[in-house]
Design a protein around this ligand. Structure first.
Ligand code: FAD
Length: 495
């Protein structure tokens, strides 16, 4: 590695998970790396909230493909378990339906299919066929859409890409995920369960292509994991590694402008100084990257004007008691799933009967709540922020959510809330600069969405790169880590 005084200086804008991972990779390539972060701590959306003895993961709660985190430690010659430990969840999600049906999604795919058959009568073979299809989709698409740049000719000239191109009909890109699930399953509860995967990247199962049925493969064939100390530990471990490698972090240091001249980046301007750099990587959302940091560059309007993914409304409730009927991840389904998505995507509003996700990390990590208590992360999907009257929507949603949970749990919930914090599309936008508070950049409702996401490198100015959930290959922790890998691979080694 070169010394921090080396002329090969890289500046990363943003200490989201994609920014930290890119900084590690660039440092290991030999760059002197400075990360500018607008906030006072690392992580962006992958952060935590503490209140009155409760700890909450603030953003992501479901963790797949942990090997992508391990890979960064291994690349640096470190033992991943010295920084960050995780375990497989035996029950990935507990699904609770308005009719009283309960399905536990067991880690073992056979047990999961058996549970669905027992609870709904849907033949287990149908579930197994879906998981096989999901595996096939992953093997056909991941090497094209997830792990390589879509914007380099070399990706398309590879033998595995050509093989996949010959089987493009198998991608099911021109039928919605809902239509495909309805054709596969007899029981509407099972259709609903597998439709839900569209929400994993902020999309609508009634519009998004059936190709997104790749997602159950990650969760059910490869597994869902729980970091021993909670999701924020992913950020903290990688932040520690980056610092040990010599990456310099500057907090409360927003980048104001990316400076370029004669077709090359020159550096990044902050309130204090101009940081010279031959490589600048923006981990900030692509929309404010162009609108605020590069006002003098023609913006790729087609990309920037794509519809955004959904956002979320989250109540962090410190609960005074425990609820044995809950798992770590719990879904209380809406009785009208289509109506819920119509409210979000057509009316840009909220359904009176939303699907409610309750995540209780204290089930596995008791220190996350005082003794005899639980930390509830209670989330519903929402449209992105387009100036709705959020105060009114939040007040109504809080009442609707409480009514639903109390009905389904058969006990009062509200009196047991000891403390509360709220995150909504406005505050997500404010805290992470995510355009319209979208969780996953652009939506994937369109079969061509992957091609409309911004590339990881600019043609001009040279030396300008992009990483994270709003650019290729997309949002969610695993894709942000892949984004960092693709971006770092595109950046030539320092001279
Ligand atoms: P971000 O987290 O978007 O961070 C960008 C950083 O850049 C921020 O820290 C911001 O302050 C900084 N920044 C912006 N502008 C500037 C500037 N001008 N100067 C300096 N710094 C700047 N993913 C999953 O895998 N599983 C889940 O279960 C899941 N659930 C989610 C639930 C919620 C409520 C949210 C919000 C997200 C969820 N996600 C989930 C998505 C996941 O969190 C994101 O895709 C991922 O964390 C985004 O990382 P990123 O690298 O794009 O950076």
């Amino acid at each position: 590695m070169s010394s921090p005084n080396s002329v090969s200086q890289a500046v990363v804008i943003g200490a989201g998970i994609g920014g930290i991972a890119t900084a590690i990779r660039l440092r290991l390539k030999g760059f002197a790396v400075t990360v500018l972060e607008a906030h006072h701590s690392p992580g962006g959306k992958l952060t935590e909230i503490r209140q009155q003895g409760y700890r909450f993961d603030a953003g992501p709660s479901l963790f797949t493909l942990p090997e992508l985190v391990d890979e960064l430690y291994q690349l640096a010659g470190r033992d991943p378990s010295a920084y960050f430990r995780y375990e497989a969840l035996p029950v990935i999600t507990r699904y609770l339906y308005p009719d009283g049906t309960r399905i536990d999604a067991h880690r073992d795919p056979e047990a999961f299919a058996g549970e669905i058959e027992r609870q709904t009568g849907e033949p287990r073979a149908h579930v197994q066929a879906l998981l096989d299809k999901s595996r096939e989709l992953y093997s056909l698409t991941s090497h094209v859409f997830l792990t390589r740049s879509l914007h380099r000719l070399s990706t398309y000239l590879r033998r595995d890409t050509l093989r996949s191109a010959l089987q493009v009909h198998k991608l099911d890109a021109f039928r919605s995920m809902h239509r495909a699930n309805r054709a596969r399953f007899r029981d509407p509860r099972v259709v609903q369960l597998f439709d839900r995967y569209a929400t994993y990247n902020g999309s609508d199962p009634y519009q998004a292509p059936a190709t997104l049925s790749i997602i159950p493969h990650l969760e059910h064939n490869l597994g869902a994991y729980f970091p021993e100390k909670g999701m924020y530990d992913i950020t903290l471990g990688l932040f520690q590694l980056a610092e040990e490698l010599g990456v310099e972090f500057r907090f409360a240091a927003p980048a104001l402008r990316i400076v370029h001249a004669r077709g090359r980046v020159q550096g990044v301007e902050t309130a204090q100084a101009l940081l010279p750099a031959s490589v600048v990587v923006s981990n900030a959302d692509i929309v404010p990257t162009y609108r605020r940091l590069l006002p003098d560059l023609p913006a790729p309007e087609l990309t920037l004007r794509q519809p955004r993914s959904s956002s979320a409304l989250i109540f962090y409730w410190g609960m005074r008691r425990t609820w044995p009927e809950l798992e770590v991840h719990n879904i209380f389904f809406s009785a009208d799933y289509q109506g819920e998505f119509e409210a979000i995507w057509k009316r840009r509003s909220l359904s009176a009967d939303p699907t409610v996700y309750v995540y209780v990390s204290a089930k596995r990590n008791p220190q996350d709540a005082p003794p005899g208590c639980e930390n509830w992360f209670v989330m519903i999907n929402t449209p992105s922020d387009q100036g709705q009257d959020w105060d009114a929507l939040i007040a109504q949603a809080r009442a609707d959510i409480l009514r639903k949970l109390e009905q389904q749990l058969g006990a009062p919930v509200a009196p047991h809330i000891a403390c509360e914090q709220v995150l909504d599309p406005r505050s997500i936008a404010l805290r992470t600069s995510s355009h319209q508070g979208a969780l996953y950049g652009n939506s994937s409702n369109n079969p061509f969405a992957a091609f409309l996401r911004h590339p990881n490198a600019a043609r001009r100015p040279r030396g300008l790169y992009f990483t994270g959930g709003s650019v290729h290959p997309g949002g969610g922790i695993p894709l942000c880590l892949l984004s960092a890998r693709i971006t770092a691979e595109l950046i030539p080694d320092p001279r």
